[in-house]
Design a protein around this ligand. Structure first.
Ligand code: PMP
Length: 460
């Protein structure tokens, strides 16, 4: 493929962007001194910006989305064919790709039985929360509506999703939040909120859920929502015992277990879904980013048959069905793209590739940890890894934010894009994030590690 030239037209785009677009997560004062980055092309693992500079993208589109890589004409063709055949119909009707994709997706989700469509991760989570709240009304007096969420987890930008988010930086200045959301502790062994050490602890990060349910009153708790691996809160995989304990407590108190797979879903960790690394059967699973690898906006709230049947079998009444709609849940581009996305992951053996390349990545990162004192901890599963930076390994004092920014900038200067995750509520914390597309080759991982090595040497 030809590289786009740095033309006047492209320079104009940067100026037009600077003059007109309000960028996500951005303090625009920075553009007084530096140009905004405008990405104009993507091919495989690589993106090109408007100046013609090419980067190896170790972020999968900034926020872990483009799982099968850029420039997949096959997805675009399927979407085009679908759009000219039947682009959109919303409300109560279904669609052909909607039905086909739901069936295909459910093959990857044993124990679950229904797919509800919307367009973003936040929206998918809101749907799940509404299901929980409505069930509390359909089957009782509405009191079993509370949702327990976890410190450091992120569930989205809308008010329900944000109310259930455990990250200071996302929540500060947006209060007041909604009632009915209750926070539990995070499960990060490196900074155990219970001051314990794995191996000699009783997995208090999971068992304390029971105390919270008892404190709130089991008759008031409807669901627990968890990321399978905390993503934006610092890439935190739980220990193997974690989810079975959570599951047992949920079952004991008749509380639904909702797993937010918006980041991990569709192969990121080497299984179809992140929770499938653990011995657990969720009642609800939400997903978005990897569902169509960013080629179309689609998200899904997937439930067990049991949850679906509770609505279907609700006592007769005008309000006795899930009274929710999503205007663009009627777009067919999403499921059409999603079908090809699954084809590609299967045909190219990408789950296996993620496992192999994930091992290579983790081995390389552990070597970097041996070499660079600023790396306090390395965590991750599959092609999803985080490096937590510290000022002092003994005290675990967090490295200043500028360190992580400098490392990321140095990597970008070398032509490799890496990510950073947020601060948590309790401590200033600073984690670099690597999440290349599932198609990453051995050489790509080597290049990412080499750039990071140099950046850590120079910037930390
Ligand atoms: N859940 C998780 C785990 C996420 O990381 C995100 C987005 N980063 C969301 C939900 C929200 O998704 P969206 O931005 O599509 O609303």
């Amino acid at each position: 493929m030809n590289q786009p030239a740095f033309t006047q037209e492209r320079e104009d785009i940067i100026q037009t962007d600077r003059d007109t677009v309000w960028h996500h997560l951005t303090q625009h004062r920075q553009f007084d001194k530096a140009d905004p980055m405008v990405i104009v092309k993507g091919e495989g693992m690589r993106v090109t910006d408007a100046t013609g500079r090419e980067y190896l993208d170790a972020t999968s589109g900034g926020v872990w989305s483009v799982n099968v890589g850029y420039g997949r004409a096959e997805i675009a063709d399927a979407v085009r064919d679908q759009l000219v055949t039947m682009c959109y119909y919303a409300g109560t009707a279904g669609s052909e790709p909607g039905a086909r994709f739901a069936a295909r997706l459910l093959e990857k989700l044993p124990g679950l039985g229904r797919v509800y469509y919307s367009n973003s991760g936040s929206e998918a989570n809101e749907k799940a929360y509404k299901m929980v709240r409505q069930l509390a009304h359909l089957e009782g007096d509405g009191s079993k509506h509370k949702i327990i969420f976890r410190d450091r987890d992120y569930h989205g930008t809308t008010f329900g999703a944000l109310s259930s988010t455990g990250q200071f930086e996302r929540k500060a200045q947006y209060g007041p939040f909604l009632d009915g959301f209750v926070e539990m502790e995070n499960c990060c062994c490196y900074r155990c909120p219970f001051g314990k050490t794995y191996g000699s602890c009783d997995i208090e990060c999971a068992t304390h859920l029971e105390t919270i349910i008892q404190r709130e009153g089991p008759e008031t708790v409807g669901a627990v929502v968890l990321e399978p691996i905390t993503a934006g809160g610092g890439v935190i995989p739980p220990v193997p015992e974690y989810f079975p304990i959570i599951q047992a407590i949920c079952r004991k108190y008749d509380v639904l277990l909702h797993i937010d797979e918006v980041v991990c879903g569709l192969g990121r960790t080497g299984e179809w879904f992140g929770y499938q690394h653990y011995d657990v059967q969720p009642d609800m699973v939400t997903m978005a980013k990897g569902v169509a690898s960013g080629y179309a906006a689609i998200s899904c709230t997937v439930t067990s048959d049991a949850v679906f049947e509770r609505f279907k079998n609700a006592p007769e009444g005008r309000l006795a069905y899930f009274r929710d709609i999503s205007t663009f849940g009627g777009c067919t581009a999403g499921p059409a793209a999603g079908l090809v996305n699954i084809d590609i992951i299967e045909r190219e053996g990408l789950l296996e590739n993620v496992r192999l390349r994930g091992e290579q990545l983790m081995d390389g990162l552990l070597e970097l940890k041996d070499k660079h004192a600023v790396v306090g901890d390395v965590r991750g599963v599959g092609l999803f890894a985080g490096l937590e930076l510290v000022a002092d390994r003994e005290t675990k004092a967090p490295a200043p934010e500028q360190t992580a920014m400098a490392v990321a900038k140095d990597c970008a200067d070398q032509g490799v894009l890496i990510g950073r995750t947020n601060r948590s509520f309790r401590e200033f914390n600073n984690t670099l994030c690597l999440s290349p597309a599932l198609i990453a080759s051995r050489g790509d991982i080597d290049d990412i590690l080499e750039a990071l090595d140099g950046a850590l040497l120079r910037s930390a």
